[in-house]
Write a protein that binds this ligand. Structure first.
Ligand code: PLP
Ligand code: COI
Length: 339
């Protein structure tokens, strides 16, 4: 397979139109078989609920090239199940897990030339989504839906990849405790744009959301989950009803326990108790593992391991997880789907 002529190592996290994308339509109570198409435009009715009332959800997962020239997906069944929960939360029809995985497989195969080669540092990012479409004006679920999957090669989400970056806490909330925080729906991201911009304008990579009820505990790091490594070598990550249950985070908890012999705990992370951590990071599909240099909160700046060097445990977590994703480290049963 002749790969596209791309400087893979220079890629950031930006849209690139690849050759094919998958589209399936739901009407009269059922999904059609779906098909691959070349057109990257989706004409929809002007009254579509996704445009006015945020009736939509999406996912993010990656395809990795392995040393032997193969391509594999990392835990796509988990993305499929999370998308079903997101669909249920905003009254959209669920996409069957098998249909979701099959669509992802079709899209990767049809865009093989765009899958970054092994060792390039880049990966193929897949973006599945469901949107409510069709004639409508009232606040109600849409009469029709579209499930799509498109993809593009990407590099690091935060500039520098495994180089530490700094964050600042925000007073804004992206989701309410009993709201949509656990679902990957567009409204949460619309609600994050302003606080993201404010953080970037102040020279930070992104903002840190605190728990919406008390604003004393760390919830999320922009579009990624938070983790910390305590001085006595425990892996800690926030327990909260308003954060997205990250697949990278549950995977890292297992990596910390089973590969690094650490204790992994989901618990409250108080923003005035950051001293307990030797290292900290952001984790997610796009962010992978991004070391956190420091966090500014109420005018005080707390540095973890270092603002320039990645900590030893964060490095081990990264090497193990990325090693599993690329096929260099033996994966737990069921994590890898060969394309
Ligand atoms: N938190 C938010 C708000 C996200 O958008 C994402 C990205 O999907 C994550 C966390 C990380 O989740 P995952 O590891 O499943 O990609
Ligand atoms: C992901 O990590 O897949 C995300 O969804 C983060 C962001 C690009 C929205």
């Amino acid at each position: 397979m002749q790969k596209k002529d791309i400087k893979w190592s220079e890629l950031g996290f930006s849209y690139i139109k690849t050759d094919k994308r998958y589209i399936s339509r739901w009407k009269d109570g059922k999904w059609d078989d779906g098909q691959l198409v070349e057109d990257n435009m989706i004409p929809i009715n002007e009254g579509s609920t996704c445009l006015h009332y945020g009736q939509e959800c999406f996912e993010g997962l990656k395809a990795y090239s392995t040393k032997d020239g193969g391509i594999q997906l990392f835990r796509p069944d988990e993305n499929a199940k999370r998308m079903q929960k997101s669909c249920a939360k905003v009254l959209m029809p669920e996409v069957p897990v098998e249909k979701f995985i099959d669509a992802c497989m079709q899209v990767v195969k049809a865009n093989e030339a765009w899958v970054p080669p092994y060792g390039s540092g880049a990966t193929l990012y897949l973006r599945p989504f469901v949107i409510g479409v069709g004639e409508n004006i009232g606040v109600r679920p849409a009469p029709e839906y579209i499930f799509g999957v498109f993809c593009m090669p990407v590099g690091p989400y935060f500039k520098g990849g495994m180089t530490p970056v700094n964050f600042i806490t925000t007073d804004a909330d992206r989701a309410a405790p009993n709201g949509t925080g656990k679902a990957k729906v567009g409204g949460n991201y619309a609600a994050s744009l302003l606080s993201h911009k404010e953080a970037v304008d102040k020279g930070f990579a992104d903002c840190i959301y605190l728990d919406p009820s008390t604003h004393t505990k760390i919830d999320e790091v922009g579009a990624a989950n938070f983790f910390g490594v305590t001085k006595d070598n425990k892996f800690i990550t926030p327990h909260s009803s308003s954060i997205l249950p990250s697949i990278t985070r549950i995977s890292l908890m297992q990596v910390a326990k089973d590969y690094l012999g650490m204790e992994a705990i989901e618990t409250d992370v108080y923003v005035d108790k950051l001293d307990m951590f030797a290292e900290a990071g952001a984790c997610g599909t796009a962010a992978v593992i991004t070391p956190i240099g420091g966090i500014e909160h109420k005018g005080k700046f707390h540095v973890f391991h270092s603002e320039t060097e990645v900590g030893p445990v964060t490095k081990k977590l990264y090497d193990t997880l990325y090693g599993i994703q690329m096929g260099d480290v033996k994966a737990p049963e069921g994590w890898i789907y060969k394309v």
